[in-house]
Ligand binder design. Sequence first.
Ligand code: B12
Ligand code: SF4
Length: 578
Amino acid sequence: MTHHNRFAMKTPRILLSGVFGPYGVDDEFGRAKNIMELFHNQVTKGQGLASFRLHHRSFGLYFIAANLDADVTVLDFPSRRRFEKEVKKGYDIIGISFITPNFKKAKEMARVCRESAPGAEIVLGGHGAAIEGVETLIDCDHVVKGEGIRWFRRHLGQNVDAPIVHPTLPASDWQSIYGVPIPGQTNNLLVPGVGCVNGCNFCATSHYFGKTYTPFLGTGKEIFDTCCRIADERGTDNFFVMDENFLKDKDRALALIEEMERHQRYFNFYLFSSAETIANMGIDNIVRLGVIFIWIGFETKNRSGSYEKNVSNDGPALVQQLRNVGVSVLASGILCLEEHTPDNIQEDIDYMVELNADLVQFMLYTPLPVTALYTRLKGKGLIKEDLPFEDWHGQQVLNWRHPAFPGDSAEQWLNRAFKMEYEANLSSVFRMVETAFRGYKTLAAMQNGSPHLYARMTQMATRTQDTRPMLEVLKTNAGPLEQQRAQALQNEITALLGPLSMASRLLAAGAKVAAQFWKWRVKLKGDMRQPRTIYTRYAGRKLAIQPVDASKTATGAPYTMRDAVIVDARDAAACSRL
Ligand code: B12
Ligand code: SF4
């Protein structure tokens, strides 16, 4: 009997799991330097208490689950014990999503499956599937390299080309800065598609999807309709767009603007996009699109490098142009490139500082399997084949032999870069309040009677008002220079937008207390936070299962997914005990 027939005759029970915790600790399976947090791991890590703290789910799993006609359970951030318990529940298929540095965890999970669920098929997916020979290194039945929804549909004998259902999900959970929980609803997640056609030599995502782009939402209208649904369900119009290069498809972005303006429904977007696509889009359209945050890979100052996307752009000017219209910029740079030496690497660090973006990521040049860079360095015999995959995370050691950076020198440069950037440009939270206010001033001066521009200006004013209470926290907690700058900015905002409202004053007072608690917590117990386990059940159309629970997110907002969601806080404790 083929798999096709086997699954067509019964509703398959599928478990999709992320790798187990605890994360970011030195143990048999992982490293302390590999934290399960985007900002604290590689962006604001040098900013101490001012670092942004938040967790992102394993989104790919929810996308697969929402698009299968099957009884699918998603287990995100499980403890090892919780995973062991779950696999015993009689699943037909167990899918494990992992990335390269979590190879060992995936291997252990597959072992547990074989032992406790011998009848289940084991499917490996996610970027770790690109590891050469993973089929033989981990005991499994299938390795899926690339997009998973279509693979699963085909495997189950379902319609591969059926439209993609975009699940309703928060883009992040448990957000805080200075230990102060960020009030209000977290941003919505939007994944318009996966992959990027640019194919920069080091880029895992681009190569993983064959240097092609697979849209989940192909038109501006589809994106707009999806945004309306998700925003109504979750009660916020802000979207974090998990798409490697959203502006690459200019026509789709322009069509989205048209839809928003026609319906006078003005969403805000956090985007990833390369410099050349931003220039091609034009600053006016960026404002009309409602972009409030953009992640740009500047990589290096060296224009003769292989990054076409940056060749004709003046980085510092682009960043200032964007910040002037209220777009916070996250600039990412790479350290220990092939041409770097201890004599010239400082030039690139200085460049990243000089960009004066709101946030800066520094990452070591890390050849990951499937990339052109990996193939080339492997060909030269430079990949450290004996370095455990746990160390292939780009925040401590190089996974290849760089003649100019032996021993721990790469990490020293990395730490130095984060420190210099923070010292020169102050905390990112300060910069982001400043950007919002700058945007407000610029848009106020540009008013021309257009209701669309007016709407965008109002949003900037609201953003400034919503974020300015953090300046009060900085006034008492930051270094002397930043305290002064925070006071000066607060004064400037007061002059234009009025004094802090009573609600904001209360918020600021509460935030200051929370910051004191956090300071002590960090002193006594360190700053590690483990994400809570999230258990989500997608029942599929054929099943008569009723939603198990209309439970709430960690921030208190109700989930409104197609099926039931249970946030299982018990596992957080189990996780931190392990
Ligand atoms: C969100 C994210 C995170 C979150 C993690 C969330 C989590 N719960 O695991 C955070 C911010 C914490 C994070 C951290 C890190 N990340 Co990360 N992250 C991403 C990011 C930006 C988005 C992933 C995403 O949701 N995409 C959207 C979904 C829909 O796509 P997808 O995940 O690819 O899923 C599709 C397919 O891959 C496949 N699929 C996925 N899982 C499965 C499972 C099965 C069974 C099947 C069949 C298919 C399948 O089907 C899905 C639908 O098409 C990607 C970059 C990117 N844009 O993809 C990097 C990325 C995945 N991260 C990466 C890395 C290296 C890291 C870090 C080591 C830090 C770093 N150096 O960048 C740390 C490690 C943390 C840790 N301790 O594990 C690399 C992985 C490279 C590799 N070859 O392994 C990526 C690709 C970034 C990059 N270009 O280098 N990350
Ligand atoms: S532009 Fe960005 S996403 Fe696209 S290939 Fe280059 S690094 Fe990757």
